[in-house]
Design a protein around this ligand. Structure first.
Ligand SMILES: [Zn+2]
Length: 316
């Protein structure tokens, strides 16, 4: 008699392999936008899965997610960059694409909205707008976007970081895991943040450039927030296109609070790293973009916009 196939069940962000007599009903509160997959697989496949798990130390959920993304030809190592930092620094804030188009290219990312109207976080395919004081809400798909960095996030590697006293400490721990300064990478960092210091860009006046618009940004902080950091590393050579170095935005578990990250602390965080191997640059065809002078190096303006010594330099 044939053996009963294994039952593979993916629940939220955890995976359980269960038999007919097992039961499961738990759902990670932070993964409400994720789906549950349940199917039977052969013992041969199951043995191969277990072998891959012990070889890589990765969870079965992550192995399954990677394998599915590859099989279904989801371009999960492709970065979708809308507009450029050189344009953002020059005040090119007119929308050139919409949230719907971003979702066609990924489910994870950061950016800003038309007129520099707040910070953008996309997490698990839900796009949030964060305004003054950190108030966040989900936006409709027709919302115009002038600048964003989006990917389809499937972690290549997971690791835990402990006793994170500052944003700098988190970044230096992430540094040790990044394969190269010359590759783009995305990071999903989850946990309970003892403290998180944030900002939200506030709508720019007509004609205002980034450095001036950031003068009236909203800065705020929170304690004991459970949530997720959505962020990227971009190589220095890409400074006219993406934000060089690290750039992180935060959204809390309820999706009601977030911002562009200045500083943080946490006892323990889970980090997923996703290395990008190609870029799709969407060049705006707006009148404003076409008329802008984009010949200047945006680096110093990005640093001034940041107004502090943090290693990440974030305009949106
Ligand atoms: Zn930002």
């Amino acid at each position: 008699m044939d053996k009963v196939p294994c039952l593979l069940s993916v629940v939220g962000q955890s995976v359980q392999v269960i038999t007919a007599t097992d039961s499961y009903n738990r759902m990670n509160s932070m993964s409400s936008n994720r789906h549950q997959l349940q199917c039977r697989i052969s013992h041969t496949l199951w043995a191969a899965l277990e072998s891959e798990q012990s070889r890589t130390g990765d969870s079965i959920e992550h192995i399954v997610e990677r394998a599915l993304a590859n099989e279904l030809d989801l371009k999960h190592h492709s970065l979708f960059q809308v507009s450029t930092t050189s344009a953002l620094v020059e005040g090119v804030f007119d929308g050139c694409t919409r949230v719907h188009d971003l979702k066609c290219h990924g489910d994870f990312g950061v950016g800003t909205f038309e007129g520099l109207d707040g910070e953008m976080v996309m997490l698990d395919g839900v796009c949030y707008q964060i305004r003054a004081g950190g108030t966040a809400h989900e936006v409709v798909d027709s919302t115009p976007v002038p600048f964003a960095t989006i990917t389809r996030f499937v972690a290549d590697q997971h690791f835990r970081v402990d006793q994170v006293g500052s944003f700098e400490e988190l970044l230096s721990q992430i540094d040790r895991r990044r394969p190269s300064d010359n590759l783009f990478a995305a990071f999903r960092v989850e946990g309970c943040f003892e403290n998180v210091s944030l900002r939200a860009a506030c709508k720019a006046a007509p004609g205002e450039k980034l450095v001036d618009a950031i003068e009236h940004q909203s800065e705020f902080s929170a304690t004991q927030e459970i949530g997720t950091l959505v962020g990227f590393w971009a190589p220095l050579y890409a400074k006219s296109i993406g934000v060089p170095g690290y750039h992180f935005h935060f959204i809390n578990a309820s999706g009601k609070f977030g911002g562009h990250v200045f500083d943080l602390s946490a006892k323990e965080l889970q980090v997923g790293m996703h290395v990008e191997t190609d870029i799709h640059l969407a060049i705006p065809e707006t009148q404003q973009f076409m008329a802008a002078n984009l010949s200047a190096d945006p680096s110093s303006a990005l640093e001034r916009a940041e107004k502090d010594t943090h290693r990440e330099q974030g305009p949106g």
